[in-house]
Write a protein that binds this ligand. Structure first.
Ligand code: CUA
Length: 314
């Protein structure tokens, strides 16, 4: 199970987290000791050599001390080398991906994370992985620069458009871990939050099995409601009339919307389908063309589900 973090750091839940923390604490405590030493000696000198009212004698003019000068050059140089080689060792470990790692494709876009599994499963914002298994993430962005950061794993990597970046981790305990975007990517950057769900191998196998089949018995509007959450639609569309990045979905079905090009349309099933697959074909007046396409991410039944859900928001 997920352990607690410390006052300074969140739980250490991956194979490299402990090593990163050791180095962090080494740097932190070295800096703290040096700070106290330097400030302490400075304060002592200020008081010790303060000019006294009745004292007109000059202090002796010592301008050189070989031992002191070698010490304050050599000791910091050694400390810097220790930090360099220690850090380099951990850096190499973080960058050399184990060959047996399972691979998951990560796509970042404004403003959610999308994960594609080798089994053909596609999920949004919730990365489910087995514990004690190296996982390789092959990451790219659909639009601007994002960054994938899981504090409990002590791992972070920028996600770029037009090229892949890679990251790997091996979770050492089960539980739910925060996933943040740590590169400012526009208006809802702070909402680009996900979760890494670490489960046992048996639970993972069950999850894969469950996600692989489409359950036709789920009513369409329930499926749609579920997708609204799973695909992170709520980041940009409210259900209660609040204005977010995109128009609210409250009572939108059957209503007339005006577009930036002056045309109008009634929102029906076809309108919703087009909005999901070709979101930039029509832009509602007062909004910007920022919605990502869900082409290839939604099956027909799921589009029907979203239509049914939006229809139910009367
Ligand atoms: Cu994506 Cu910030």
């Amino acid at each position: 199970m997920k352990t607690d973090g410390t006052f300074m750091l969140p739980s250490a839940s991956s194979t490299i987290a402990g090593e990163v923390d050791s180095l962090f604490y080494f740097i932190f405590y070295t800096a703290a000791i040096l700070f106290v030493l330097v400030i302490g000696v400075m304060v002592y000198f200020v008081i010790r050599y303060k000019k006294k009212d009745n004292d007109d004698n000059l202090t002796s003019s010592v301008d050189h001390n070989n031992i002191l000068e070698i010490a304050w050059t050599l000791i910091p140089a050694i400390l810097v080398m220790v930090v360099f080689f220690w850090g380099f060792k951990i850096y190499m470990k973080m960058n050399v991906i184990p060959s047996q790692a399972m691979e998951i494709k990560v796509t970042a876009q404004k403003w959610f994370w999308s994960f594609d599994y080798p089994e053909g499963i596609n999920v949004t914002n919730e990365l489910t992985v087995p514990v004690n298994t190296p996982v390789k993430l092959l990451m790219s962005s659909q639009d601007v620069l994002h960054s994938f950061f899981v504090p409990s794993f002590r791992t972070k990597m920028d996600v770029l458009p037009n090229r892949y970046s890679m990251l790997w981790f091996e979770a050492t305990e089960t539980g739910e871990f925060d996933l943040f975007c740590t590169e400012y990517c526009g208006l809802s950057h702070s909402e680009m939050i996900g979760k890494v769900i670490v489960v046992t191998q048996e639970e993972y196998d069950l999850w894969v099995e469950k996600e692989s089949v489409i359950d036709e018995s789920i009513p369409l509007d329930v499926l749609g409601k579920d997708l609204f959450k799973k695909k992170a639609c709520y980041t940009c569309h409210s259900l209660d009339g609040t204005r977010l990045v995109g128009p609210t979905l409250k009572e939108i079905f059957g209503s007339e919307v005006r577009h930036t090009d002056g045309t109008t349309a009634i929102v029906d099933e076809n309108y919703i389908r087009e909005s999901l697959l070709e979101p930039h074909a029509k832009i509602v007046e007062g909004y910007s063309p920022v919605m990502p396409t869900f082409q290839g991410q939604l099956k027909d039944r799921e589009i029907d589900g979203l239509s049914a859900f939006i229809k139910s928001l009367k």
